[in-house]
Design a binder for this molecule. Structure first.
Ligand SMILES: [Zn+2]
Ligand SMILES: [Zn+2]
Length: 113
């Protein structure tokens, strides 16, 4: 399965330029001329010195995959937990492994109502 390209871009290790190809026939070269990107959102094409390329291409679904990486506590017994919070709510964190205890997230709003 080919994943959909959202951003076709790369950075040059030599001149630090970030170059992006936005359409199929738009060839972009970095300022030192070492690398070039092409292909837009249809395919990834790299030209020049491939060793100088830092790949920055983003694919559809990358963000979702990152979210799924959240690891929950799998300890058999919850000995001690502490409370952690962000702007929206709070949750329990296992003191033993330092991971989030699943299904303990509470929104602040629910308390105020
Ligand atoms: Zn360059
Ligand atoms: Zn744990």
């Amino acid at each position: 399965m080919t994943r959909k390209i959202i951003e076709n871009k790369a950075q040059c290790k030599k001149c630090q330029d970030i170059i992006q190809s936005k359409s199929t026939i738009e060839l972009k070269r970095c300022s030192c001329g070492s690398i070039a990107v092409d292909g837009g959102l249809d395919y990834i094409k790299r030209l020049g010195n491939l060793d100088d390329i830092i790949e920055l291409t983003k694919y559809e679904g990358d963000e979702i995959m990152a979210e799924e990486k959240v690891e929950y506590c799998t300890c058999e017994k919850l000995e001690r937990v502490y409370t952690d919070m962000d702007d929206f709510g709070y949750w329990n964190v296992c003191d033993l492994c330092g991971k989030i205890v699943e299904n303990t997230y509470e929104y602040f709003d629910e308390l105020n109502d």
